[in-house]
Design a protein. Structure first.
Length: 406
């Protein structure tokens, strides 16, 4: 069997791209591929484990060689991190040297047939620059497109070598078109593969959900770009008894934005529970117990958590993020399982104009009310065709699409 080297510049967990990486490794293992991983990790959390048959080549941050936190693909990560646009020349040299050293070692020892890199950004460009003859597949997660606007000083280098990557995996058609435009990459190199979910973790119970208390849940990073302050305001507009509803925020945040969210949750008229960062197993249990998934984010690639929510038997209220409606298709959209709320106008990639937020929050609250009415009428009951559609969105299907590019 061919050997696959997976490469990601940040931590191999705690984010959507980390979950994607882990899922591909699991599917590759089931098919008998030999696999290795390169990822950035902090020195004080060296307990990131893969199966024994997966060789791990860590790039360790907060050390003498790399005296700063892991560099993340968004400004606010769910862990201590460094922004790409804040890298000075000395930091960038150290970062490149550290990854170059580990890449050289891993290729010499592991001798991969295929390299799968995550994010169309600096590390993917480095991989193709260093190893032009090794088949390389890069997965675009959306945050890479965002970095081209946030840190444009890297764009010439990134575009030059990313154009040489053999195949690009996009999450949806809108993203494919944006990749073509921003990187000047041939459309023939780009395949839409989507996102998946793990049906062994996310599934519905045979029993009906408890209707004594309606549970809303959000899962993801807790920051302003994810629309959390607007979610809390929308939630508090509901004309409902305090004891009959609760909102669970599952995820973590950092800095002043997270503190502001904590304060808003504490002062909320309706009950809000901050669960912090939790395992997929614990999250799936909460999903099966909850009725409505709420996702007010202002910027995403293609959020896999929406598929996990549907697979767990929830209805959804989400912003009308690019690619999402097309991804779920006519049947699910016509069933009304998902309510799409028009996003406010954005003054930057993920920052809305303040004056547009009151109307957005009003509309988001109205959509929550619409879905709550369906829930009260037991609209969420299982639909076999929906289950069949969702089952086809598993990680197995995603891996098969990527495997076809090998």
């Amino acid at each position: 069997m061919k050997k696959i080297l997976h490469v990601i510049a940040q931590r191999p967990e705690k984010t959507g791209s980390g979950t994607y990486l882990q899922a591909l490794i699991e599917q590759g293992d089931k098919k008998g591929y030999s696999q290795a991983v390169i990822a950035g990790i902090p020195a004080d959390e060296f307990n990131i484990h893969f199966k024994e048959n997966v060789k791990f080549y860590p790039v360790v941050f907060q050390t003498e060689k790399l005296p700063f936190p892991v560099v993340g693909m968004t400004d606010i990560m769910p862990y201590k991190s460094t922004m790409y646009r804040k890298l000075d020349n000395d930091m960038l040299i150290k970062w490149k040297n550290a990854f170059s050293e580990v890449l050289t070692k891993s290729v010499a020892e592991f001798r991969p047939d295929i390299i799968i890199t995550h994010h169309l950004w600096i590390l993917s460009a480095m991989v193709k620059e260093m190893f032009p003859l090794i088949k390389t597949i890069a997965i675009c997660h959306g945050t890479d497109l965002r970095q081209m606007d946030l840190a444009p000083n890297f764009n010439n280098y990134v575009s030059k070598y990313c154009r040489n990557i053999d195949n690009i995996a996009a999450l949806h058609e809108d993203q494919k078109n944006e990749i073509i435009k921003k990187y000047q990459i041939s459309k023939n190199k780009i395949t839409v593969v989507g996102v998946g979910f793990n049906p062994n973790i996310f599934y519905t119970n045979d029993t009906e959900k408890n209707m004594d208390k309606i549970k809303l849940i959000y899962a993801g990073k807790l920051n302003f770009a994810k629309g959390i302050p607007s979610l809390i305001k929308s939630y508090n507009k509901l004309d409902i008894d305090r004891n009959s509803i609760e909102l669970i925020l599952a995820g973590s945040g950092t800095g002043s934005q997270f503190k502001a969210i904590e304060k808003m949750a504490e002062e909320s008229r309706l009950r809000i529970i901050l669960k912090g960062s939790i395992s997929q197993k614990e999250l799936s249990k909460l999903f099966r117990e909850s009725h409505l998934f709420v996702f007010p984010s202002f910027f995403e690639g293609l959020p896999l958590v929406l598929t996990e929510a549907l697979a767990s038997g929830m209805l959804i209220v989400t912003t009308n993020l690019p690619g999402v409606k097309d991804f779920f298709g006519d049947y699910i959209n016509k069933k009304g399982l998902i309510e799409y709320v028009k996003m406010p106008s954005l003054k930057s990639l993920d920052e809305p104009f303040e004056e547009d937020l009151p109307n957005f929050e009003k509309e988001f609250s109205k959509s929550i009310e619409n879905q709550l009415e369906k829930i009260k009428n037991k609209y969420y009951k299982k639909d076999l065709k929906v289950k069949q559609i969702i089952d086809n969105m598993s990680w197995k299907g995603v891996f098969n699409k990527i495997e076809n590019l090998f």
